[in-house]
Design a protein around this ligand. Structure first.
Ligand code: AHR
Length: 479
């Protein structure tokens, strides 16, 4: 059995942002309509919100939810989905197929966020929309003066502003969209600046997210050089897949993810804490804090050539272990300000809902348990001993992943054994207690009525060892 010695440095490396537990809903398939919202379901309330789903979302307690896309933002015009429901426009969803249903629009989304306790994050259409349209959306949501779009919101029954703070300036604009303008780096810089001007002049307090890129060389640095004063966050999307590589498939993407995060972190660090030479003629303030990274879409997505592009994913226990170790990375990285799991319901999702009811997929577990345990000040963990898991020549990673946070004088520890073949004996530096979650079969999936994993209480005294079973997730706190 592998043996490791756990320790941590008591030196804090900043606060873990609660925003790493964010979620995302897109007007895509049955994520919104037929997922969190359903006019026909017996589980819905008078506002058509699925209460069984809402109860689960509340347990996930996302501090922020992103909407309405995703790629669908290429065709999303917010004015189609506000005001009296019978007057809203039904249009073809030219991106994902089916109909782009307008009943769950801006106001319904903001109300949903309020019910859950999340901050809304909206994404503006740069592919077939205009900067003026985006500015008008900010005015509709946040306007307090006697102006047309603020008054339109009032006419729609919402006297108080929605105070939407987070705004994404496009989505994956580097990729050739299915429809609309494709941006190269120069046109993105030009257009994003124009969008931000129209939006920030409507509400100087909004926070903007500009588009970063995984695989288009020559994108990130020029975009940041030109826009870093105007933006608060730099977005990066990460999807893993099994790609016919078997049990450890999704872990093959980890090195790429860590390398990218490292590179992006270094790039972000190269900009001054406070903007310099920012012209006051912009008439809105520059960013107030250091620009930070937002992983505003992340999950396992196994693309398939079916009607829904494989987006109705079924997640097994291995995927829960993968998600838990991603959360450990998010906690440990000082550059990451937030993350949004893609997506919340039915589409590559922790929650599944249909006519029969709703249930939690395996990946729900780490999202829920970490959210309520792993927040506070970030400490640096250390696992001494032979902690390498090698699978042939092409995959080498740490077998046990760990994160440690501190709050109110207590340490909270998350341990994930990504080795599905052997347990690990871990000597601990303090008395710890908590819960161990594990499944006998990494390929097992949750059924509607039955979870595929067990929960066992754990207790271990200072200087003693605990056993972290193969493929287990363990959440501990100082006793
Ligand atoms: O989450 C599904 C899709 O993945 C989103 O619409 C897009 O932004 C990403 O490529």
């Amino acid at each position: 059995m592998r043996t490791l010695q756990l320790s941590w440095k008591d030196e804090h490396k900043g606060q873990v942002s609660p925003m790493i537990y964010g979620q995302f809903i897109e007007q895509l398939g049955d994520c919104v309509h037929g997922g969190i919202y359903d006019e026909h379901s017996v589980f819905s309330d008078e506002k058509h919100i699925r209460l069984d789903v809402l109860e689960k979302v509340k347990r996930l307690a996302p501090p922020v939810i992103r909407f309405p896309g995703g790629t669908v933002m290429c065709i999303y015009h917010w004015q189609d989905a506000v005001g009296p429901v019978e007057e809203r426009k039904h249009k073809k969803n030219l991106i994902w197929g089916g109909v782009l249903r307008p009943e769950f629009g801006t106001a319904e989304f903001v109300e949903y966020c309020r019910r859950v306790g999340a901050e809304p994050m909206l994404c503006v259409n740069m592919a077939s929309g205009t900067p003026e349209e985006a500015g008008a959306w900010v005015e509709y949501c946040n306007g307090t003066e006697d102006t047309y779009y603020a008054n339109l919101r009032r006419q729609h029954g919402y006297e108080e502003p929605f105070c939407v703070k987070y705004w994404c300036i496009g989505n994956e604009c580097y990729a050739e969209p299915d429809i609309g303008v494709q941006h190269d780096v120069h046109t993105y810089i030009r257009d994003a600046k124009e969008f931000i001007k129209f939006m920030k002049l409507e509400d100087k307090s909004i926070k903007t997210v500009i588009v970063g890129c995984d695989d288009t060389p020559g994108w990130n640095k020029p975009v940041l050089d030109a826009l870093q004063d105007f933006a608060d966050y730099f977005s990066y999307h990460f999807y893993a897949a099994e790609n016919d590589r078997g049990l450890y498939g999704p872990f093959y993407g980890e090195k790429l993810f860590l390398d990218r995060i490292h590179e992006l972190g270094e790039l972000l660090d190269s900009y001054p804490e406070e903007p310099v030479n920012y012209s006051k003629w912009y008439r809105f303030p520059p960013r107030q804090d250091k620009i930070r990274l937002l992983v505003d879409e992340w999950n396992i997505w196994e693309y398939r050539d079916d009607e829904i592009y494989g987006l109705h994913m079924t997640y097994n226990w291995r995927d829960a272990v993968w998600a838990a170790s991603m959360l450990n990375h998010f906690i440990g990285d000082i550059h990451i300000a937030g993350c949004n799991m893609a997506q919340l319901c039915n589409i590559i999702a922790p929650i599944m809902a249909d006519d029969q009811g709703s249930y939690e997929q395996t990946i729900f577990l780490p999202c829920e348990k970490y959210r309520h345990s792993m927040y506070g000040k970030r400490l640096t963990p250390c696992l001494e001993g032979e902690n390498t898991l090698s699978l042939g020549s092409d995959l080498e990673m740490s077998a046990v992943s760990c994160a440690v946070v501190e709050r109110e004088g207590k340490r909270f520890v998350s341990l994930v054994n990504r080795d599905f073949a052997q347990p690990c004996c871990i000597k601990v530096p303090a008395s710890l207690k908590g819960i161990c979650y594990v499944s006998a079969d990494p390929c097992a999936v949750n059924a509607r009525e039955e979870k595929c994993f067990t929960e066992t209480a754990v207790q271990c005294n200072e200087g003693e060892s605990l056993v972290l079973p193969a493929g287990a997730i363990m959440l501990l706190q100082e006793d």
